[in-house]
Design a protein around this ligand. Structure first.
Ligand code: SF4
Length: 478
């Protein structure tokens, strides 16, 4: 399976430069004859390895010379002049991730079903993707050239999976030697060059919890503000994780962790003015306690890691309801004007002469973890606009185990609960569809999924759909 991921990276190493994916018509790149498939190998005499290099070497330049390898093998030298800040109009190929050299005991690849789509087996450990998309790296095999690149090109912030500052515990978790596991010098070097770091701890009961976690968070907090924040997320075991060294995260474990880390958070707020160590949402859900307040999360520094998502959703949904309320009477009355909804909402007959929109009577699928929060919001919406939306929590049978987040639901999981659909349409979380291709995590295409339901299926944000429906832009279920 790994061959799929490794081969392109090797090919990439042999081919210097960065390939143009497309050129926007009417831009400078178009004017000078650059085309899709061309490969830019140098900018002003300096080698280019990828689009980050290109961006770095052209940033602030109004005049530049590009060395371009054309698809037919010709080499062009292209002189470009542009106004300050003018876009060249080039879209580049995606960065092919550098592969990781660890053997983490909890690696997500070991928890994948064999038939999962190949991209789920890509074990990336790439400082460029860390900077661009917030992907975590362990820095355990980062090269000197990569370290220099972070510093020279200011690839800040970097997202680092620390897991434990106790080197023995870290080596055990990563499946590498202690020397390789020790990244204290690397962290110091990055911080002393003003590279910001967001850290992550994947919490594995009986390995890096308790005293090890206390020390880890204390050590990292001592490096604040360079280390901006730390996310503590529980290890998620699927039914395919058979490693006996791993212990399941229980609700008792979560209660204990909230108590222990809560004390540290209080201390950090007093000493460094921030919560600093943020627990993953799953920990609160599993412990059966409310998620923390908005103030707790500050600027939500770990939202990309899913930390604070539930609080963000509650806030955004309340703001959305407020907007819907303020937009009365037109949009809300329009929704109530639907004959089926009029009945539900007991709208007086005099209002039913408003334009009839599609129904707001449908089923919203989501993961088991998020379902209670979504259902609470949807109940308020139903009361407000007289809609009849129903939230269904979809069990994740594809991965099984602890996996309950919406983004990892498969096509088969949705099909398995189709009997529970009521109303005129189905909404599924947009995150279940691959960003660059309409397929789900188990390889089912979106069209195949849609064909499995007798009503339209929308992969979209519910608030956006309802907003468009209420404004008359998108009648649902028609
Ligand atoms: S760093 Fe660990 S968890 Fe991440 S891809 Fe590599 S082996 Fe897997």
């Amino acid at each position: 399976m790994y061959e799929f991921a490794v081969t392109p990276a090797v090919t990439q190493l042999r081919r210097p430069g960065v390939t143009i994916d497309s050129v926007i018509p009417g831009t400078i790149a178009d004017d000078v004859g650059l085309e899709s498939g061309d490969r830019i190998t140098k900018v002003n005499g300096r080698a280019v390895r990828d689009y980050l290099d290109f961006r770095f070497q052209t940033s602030g330049e109004v005049e530049m010379i590009l060395l371009v390898k054309k698809a037919d093998g010709e080499t062009w030298e292209v002189d470009i002049e542009r106004d300050e800040g003018e876009d060249l109009g080039i879209e580049f190929e995606q960065i092919i991730p550098r592969q990781c050299a660890n053997e983490c005991i909890f690696c997500f690849c070991k928890g994948n079903p064999e038939d999962a789509r190949p991209s789920l087996f890509v074990r990336d450990e790439d400082i460029r993707l860390s900077f661009l998309y917030g992907n975590y790296t362990t820095l355990s095999s980062v090269t000197e050239a990569e370290m220099q690149r972070i510093i020279e090109q200011r690839l800040s912030p970097q997202y680092v999976s620390v897991h434990a500052t106790d080197v023995r515990a870290r080596a055990y978790l990563l499946g590498v030697g202690e020397e390789q596991a020790d990244i204290s010098d690397k962290l110091e070097r990055l911080l002393s060059n003003n590279i910001e770091i967001h850290a992550q701890v994947v919490l594995c009961p009986e390995i890096n919890d308790g005293k090890v976690l206390e020390r880890t968070l204390g050590d990292l907090a001592a490096l604040h503000p360079g280390v901006v924040s730390t996310a503590v997320v529980p290890v998620a075991l699927t039914r395919y994780n058979k490693d006996e060294r791993l212990t399941k995260v229980t609700s008792e474990f979560c209660v204990k962790t909230i108590e222990e880390v809560g004390k540290l958070q209080e201390e950090f707020r007093k000493t460094i003015g921030t919560t600093f160590a943020f627990l993953g949402d799953e920990i609160y859900v599993k412990a059966g306690v409310p998620v923390p307040s908005r103030e707790h999360y500050g600027e939500y520094p770990q939202i990309e890691d899913g930390v604070g998502m539930i609080r963000t959703f509650i806030r955004e949904f309340d703001e959305f309801l407020e907007k819907v309320r303020e937009s009365e009477p037109s949009s809300v009355r329009s929704a109530k004007a639907n004959p089926r909804l009029s009945e539900l909402a007991h709208v007086p007959d005099s209002e039913t002469d408003l334009p009839v929109l599609g129904s707001l009577n449908g089923t919203v699928f989501t993961g088991e973890m998020f379902a209670p929060y979504l259902a609470a919001g949807v109940e308020k919406l139903n009361e407000l606009v007289g809609s009849d939306l129903k939230v269904v929590a979809v069990p994740n049978t594809y991965f099984g185990g602890d996996v309950s987040v919406a983004g990892l639901l498969s096509g088969q999981d949705f099909i398995a609960v189709r009997e529970r659909v009521s109303g005129d349409f189905v909404v599924i979380p947009p995150a279940v569809i691959k960003s660059d291709e309409p397929i789900l995590i188990d390889g089912m295409t979106f069209d195949e999924l849609k064909a499995g339901f007798g009503v339209p299926v929308y992969a979209a944000d519910l608030m956006e759909l309802v907003r468009r429906n209420l404004s008359g832009e998108l009648p649902l279920g028609e």
